[in-house]
Design a protein around this ligand. Structure first.
Ligand SMILES: NC(=O)c1ccc[n+]([C@@H]2O[C@H](COP(=O)([O-])OP(=O)(O)OC[C@H]3O[C@@H](n4cnc5c(N)ncnc54)[C@H](OP(=O)(O)O)[C@@H]3O)[C@@H](O)[C@H]2O)c1
Length: 258
């Protein structure tokens, strides 16, 4: 019987997550999309179906409610697959100064990243252990290494990176790798919204902000979502079998730390 490899791609109706779903689909994996908006899920699923008929489907989930994840997955407990890969990804927090962050702002980001990623990894990690093979990739950002003023809620991404390192140590003996991909500025809806917010906060035009940021990127441009997706696809492949517990920057050299 042909091995079924299923990739669960979260936040996959837009931006980086959607590019990852399309890239893994082209590699022949069966895709499970996860996001909140039903209409967008249906549209992306039909795009996958046009690429191949590998039994793609979607689950509507809101990472603001991590406690809803386990019951939602129970409905698909017996799905067919021999090998699983899990891409933990969700829309990021918008810029906010530290002194303006309320308790619920931190709690919301904590729910969307650490708690949701953990719930999904518990569910699929147990399936990966049975198969003695697995891949978990978390999409975070270079702010986990180098804080950017105004992006204080990204501290939760750093906590998630710490959690992922511990997870990689626990799961390594089961031939499961766990890595974090850290995009720099990437042409997506989220980046567009951030530029708008910062422009309103500072009075600097969008064009000037884009120009200032691009000037700080050695490769002098933003990434395309497909470029982040290519790295994730590599990490999911057998060619990346010995990479685990790593933070992998895909930022055109934007981050100044080593
Ligand atoms: N773009 C950049 O420049 C950049 C740079 C560094 C790091 N990153 C990080 O990369 C990740 C992806 O960013 P992106 O730019 O691809 O974002 P994006 O274009 O805004 O896409 C976000 C995706 O997540 C889904 N989503 C949002 N909130 C959700 C929730 N509560 N529950 C479930 N799904 C949710 C969205 O679909 P629904 O709205 O339908 O739920 C959408 O599919 C984020 O962590 C971001 O911070 C991005």
């Amino acid at each position: 019987m042909k091995a079924i490899k299923r990739a669960i791609v979260c936040g996959s109706t837009d931006g980086i997550g959607k590019a990852i779903a399309l890239s893994l689909c082209k590699e022949g994996y069966a895709i499970t999309l996860i996001a909140r908006d039903l209409r967008k899920l249906e549209i992306v699923k039909s795009e996958l179906d046009k690429l191949n008929s590998n039994n793609h489907f979607f689950i509507q989930l809101d990472f603001n409610q991590p406690e809803s994840i386990k019951p939602s997955l129970a409905a698909v407990e017996n799905w067919q697959a021999t090998e699983f890969m899990l891409i933990n990804n969700v829309g990021g927090p918008m810029p906010q100064n530290i002194l303006e962050c309320e308790i619920q702002d931190f709690q919301s980001v904590f729910n969307k990243y650490l708690l949701s990623f953990s719930e999904l990894s518990k569910f699929f990690g147990s399936k990966m252990k049975k198969a003695n093979w697995g891949r978990i990739v978390n999409i975070l950002g270079t702010t986990i290494l180098e804080p950017i003023p105004g992006f204080s809620l990204s501290v939760v991404k750093s906590a998630t990176s710490n959690w992922a390192k511990a997870l990689s140590i626990e799961l390594g003996k089961f031939n499961i790798t766990v890595n974090n991909v850290l995009p720099g500025p990437t042409n997506t809806k989220e980046l567009d919204e951030i530029i708008d917010i910062v422009s309103k906060q500072t009075g600097i035009t969008r064009e000037q902000l884009i120009n200032d940021t691009v000037t700080r990127i050695p490769l002098r441009r933003f990434a395309e979502p497909t470029e982040i997706a290519d790295s994730v696809t590599f990490l999911c492949s057998d060619k990346a079998a010995f990479i685990t517990g790593s933070n992998i920057k895909i930022d055109g050299g934007y981050s100044t730390c080593l």
